[in-house]
Design a protein around this ligand. Structure first.
Ligand SMILES: [Fe+2]
Ligand SMILES: [Fe+2]
Length: 158
């Protein structure tokens, strides 16, 4: 058993709280779509062309995540939100990649919690879908860290 499984915030999650948290996740997915659409086009410099192509792929995957999360919110009886988390606008390639990496780190932390919360409510189908999304978010994290010349950060501790 991992330490987070005994986290009291996980154990006491209600269906309503899960809807609210999933709406936070959806706002992060919208943020990711917007950031990848903008950054994939604005990135300049020969050394960034490979990652710019990857960001185009990320944008499509983030749209798929947003559709899946909004489906689960509707299934749980909630209303999917329509507001993204804020997106940093910059022309500095490293700042763009750094912002994307930080957002992916936040997303991965959030979805790890969400899987536990879904399972605590016996919502195994949603948990399974979030696990699949999580796998893609981790690939995004690796792509960004690699482009920045770093190892992916260890998110097992905050
Ligand atoms: Fe996503
Ligand atoms: Fe992502």
């Amino acid at each position: 058993m991992t330490p987070t499984m005994t986290d009291p915030t996980t154990a006491t999650t209600t269906r309503q709280e899960l809807i609210e948290r999933l709406n936070d996740d959806l706002a992060r997915e919208y943020q990711a779509i917007i950031a990848y659409v903008v950054y994939s086009q604005v990135l300049k410099g020969a050394q960034y062309m490979a990652i710019a192509k990857e960001l185009v792929k990320h944008a499509g995957q983030e749209l798929s995540h947003a559709l899946r999360i909004s489906k689960h919110i509707d299934y749980l009886g909630g209303m999917p939100c329509a507001e993204p988390k804020p997106v940093i606008l910059t022309e500095n390639p490293v700042e763009m990649l750094r912002a994307d990496l930080q957002n992916e780190n936040e997303t991965i932390r959030a979805y790890r919690q969400r899987v536990l919360q879904c399972e605590a409510l016996c919502e195994y189908g949603i948990a399974e879908d979030i696990r699949e999304i999580l796998r893609e978010e981790q690939e995004h994290q690796i792509d960004l860290a690699t482009a920045l010349g770093e190892d992916p950060p260890d998110l097992s501790r905050r």
